[in-house]
Design a protein around this ligand. Structure first.
Ligand code: ATP
Ligand code: MG
Length: 656
């Protein structure tokens, strides 16, 4: 469509123009019925996204080049014909015709044409509602009803330039509450002259806003507008900020700035659309879900020595004073790497300073010897039963990770923790460790004493039974009394099953020492007092009758060491013999000692050492010596035994 003088008529007398920017004839879809009494509706292409991005960007470019020149030169109202560039009218694809005459302002000036207050004459703009590239096509009502649709007009002399900026490409009043997003900008214009702007009288929106634009009222806000021809008017925009689609402001909020900002972002959208379809990136985006948190913390590196490798003493290294704990300093006892926080080094039990006052439930009044206990027996017990071995850290027990954790959580911490409230349940004072011979039950008992900072008193069931029931009973009571005298104390009774005679059919029978044992466990002879923990161990749990079994609040299965634990025990034992097998040999040995207990592994190494020569004269143990020793030392626990442990654990154990 070409610009004709009829377009110079007042806006509301203009014939309805519904131009599809892609053609000069309105498409049926674009032909909107005028609402009754409604004013001229201008429906711009961008609301119906008829203009292609390419066109928009071409137009943008072209106008940017052309329009920028205008701003610098005194404004001359161009002749009417100057706006009629068909390309802009119709956003026709392909290059628009050369711009006629001097740089003319943004063709939107025509929007002001015929508006009250606009300078008459020649009209302006590029063909009025349908005349501007912005206006081409069926775009929704301009926001400024006073302008495009009969409102007060923009100051004429700036109309085109500023009006263009202000009226803005594709900007027309919405007759409804739901307003299309403001058109983008051509709006990067220099600020309008004073009085020309939303606050000026120029814009008085109809009271109560606009009726809903057909098709807009009830619908969800339209998608962000596609690039529109109005972009042609924009000067070279500064790099618009990547802004999300502007919120849909109410009509009154559309000031020059508002539109400018919106224009900028929309302009950016258009160019972005034109460039790589980045338009969408400025549309409103729901917040992205935070990245799925799939990252787990890397498992602790068990490869390091602290994890589960014994710190092997280099061959020939001088034997360190015993009593030091693992941490690179060889111990007399076999041990596994650090478990849990490294504890303070302890001195030997006998030389050690008085045990640190135990904290929490294990704190006890100073040990008054219990009444009625034979003093002789007490001294005997104290001298014979108190264990002066080196402290044992969790790390000195190879493997058994789950069991160590259970012991710490179920026993050590509750004992060391102060009673949470008066009358709170007392922590357990008795624990039964059962499992194959040499599996490390006593070692764990010693470890508990170290963790509790307690005096360790050890006795074996077999030793008690030997002198006869009466003597045994006396010793037992003395042991419990001694423990009571040196709180906190751990009373480790190994081979508990020996205190109970067992019928041939394997069922438990009341043994000679069962009665005194139960009495002591029940608190007689001072055992149940605070500050004394009784650890019973047995490799024949089935021999314990129910009465005895129930006296132990906790019951844990001490299993045979697994492969890695066997490797650690072997390494340490061999290192103490000044032997260093190759990795491969060690691996073969670990493989060949399946089912061995820790005790049996120790015996194996001792056997190999014997094969390597007399003590003190022996050469380093070789793999061959180990192979020879394997012929003599084997695992004692049979698969049947192991099954019975598992069964008993299922029935009476605490699992871990
Ligand atoms: N897990 C282990 N880590 C390090 N050394 C171990 C381990 N298990 C056993 N040992 C060593 O094996 C030997 C026997 O251990 P312990 O006396 O604790 O076995 P036990 O279960 O009490 O045997 P028994 O049932 O015969 O009393 C000890 O020298 C101990 O240091
Ligand atoms: Mg033992």
């Amino acid at each position: 469509m070409h610009w004709t003088p009829e377009h110079a008529q007042p806006l509301n007398q203009w014939p309805e123009q519904h131009l599809d920017v892609s053609s000069t004839t309105p498409s049926p879809a674009h032909k909107l019925e005028l609402p009754p009494g409604g004013r001229q509706r201008c429906h711009y292409a961008w609301a119906h996204d008829d203009i292609s991005a390419l066109t928009a960007s071409n137009l943008l470019k072209r106008y940017a080049e052309k329009y920028s020149g205008v701003l610098d030169s005194p404004y001359e109202r161009p002749t009417l014909g100057g706006y009629g560039d068909a390309a802009f009218l119709n956003g026709a694809k392909g290059d628009p015709e050369p711009w006629p005459g001097p740089e003319t302002p943004y063709p939107l000036a025509s929007l002001h044409e015929g508006l009250p207050g606009t300078k008459s004459g020649g009209g302006g703009g590029s063909g009025g509602l349908g005349g501007s590239p912005v206006l081409a096509g069926n775009l929704p009502e301009p926001l400024y009803a006073g302008n495009a649709c009969g409102g007060p007009s923009a100051a004429p002399e700036y109309a085109a330039g500023y009006g263009a900026g202000y009226l803005a490409p594709g900007y027309c009043a919405q007759t409804g509450a739901a307003l299309p997003p403001p058109p983008p900008a051509a709006l990067l214009q220099p600020p309008p002259p004073p009085g020309y702007g939303p606050s000026g009288s120029l814009y008085n929106y109809p009271a109560g806003g606009y009726a809903a634009q057909p098709g807009y009222g009830a619908l969800p806000p339209p998608p962000a507008p596609p690039p529109a021809p109005y972009l042609t008017s924009g000067l070279a925009a500064p790099t618009p900020l990547p802004t999300p689609a502007p919120p849909r402001p109410s009509p009154a909020s559309y000031g020059f700035q508002g539109v400018a900002e919106a224009g900028v972002s929309l302009k950016r959208k258009a160019t972005d659309e034109g460039a790589e379809g980045r338009y969408r990136k400025y549309a409103f985006e729901p917040a992205k879900a935070p990245a799925a948190d799939g990252t787990s913390y890397p498992a602790a590196d068990n490869g390091e020595c602290r994890g589960n490798g014994f710190r092997v003493k280099p061959p020939g290294a001088a034997e360190e004073a015993s009593g030091k704990y693992a941490g690179g300093v060889p111990l007399k006892v076999l041990g596994s790497p650090v478990y849990g926080p490294q504890l303070e080094p302890f001195e030997k039990f006998s030389e050690r300073a008085p045990a640190p006052a135990p904290r929490g439930g294990f704190a006890v009044p100073s040990g008054e010897p219990p009444k009625g206990v034979d003093q002789g027996a007490l001294e005997l017990a104290t001298s014979k039963m108190v264990d002066c071995g080196p402290p044992v850290q969790w790390a000195d027990v190879a493997g058994q990770g789950a069991l160590k954790a259970a012991l710490e959580e179920e026993l050590v911490w509750p004992l060391l923790r102060p009673p949470t409230y008066p009358g709170s349940p007392r922590p357990p004072r008795t624990v039964l460790l059962f499992g194959p011979r040499g599996a490390g039950k006593a070692l764990l008992g010693r470890c508990l004493a170290t963790q509790l900072g307690a005096t360790l008193l050890r006795l074996r069931g077999g030793t008690l039974v030997a002198p006869g029931a009466a003597e045994g009973a006396r010793l037992l009571q003395a042991a419990f009394a001694a423990a009571r005298c040196r709180p906190p104390a751990v009373l480790l009774i190994s081979e508990l099953d020996a205190l109970l005679s067992v019928r041939d059919d394997g069922t438990a029978a009341a043994g000679a020492l069962q009665a005194p044992l139960l009495a002591c466990l029940d608190g007689g002879c001072g055992a149940g007092a605070d500050g004394v923990l009784v650890v019973g161990t047995t490799s024949r749990p089935a021999a314990l009758d129910e009465a005895t079994r129930r006296r132990f609040a906790l019951r844990f299965y001490v299993t045979l060491p697994d492969g890695p634990a066997r490797g650690q025990i072997l390494q340490r034992a061999l290192a103490q013999q000044g032997c260093a097998l190759s990795e491969r040999e060690l691996a073969a040995l670990v493989q060949g000692t399946q089912g061995f207990s820790g005790g049996e592994l120790g015996q194996l190494c001792q056997q190999a050492a014997a094969g390597a020569g007399l003590p003190g004269l022996q050469r380093p143990i070789s793999y061959k010596d180990m192979e020879a020793a394997l012929a003599k030392v084997g695992p004692r626990a049979s698969p049947k035994d192991l099954d019975s442990f598992v069964e008993w654990d299922k029935m009476y154990g605490f699992g871990h």
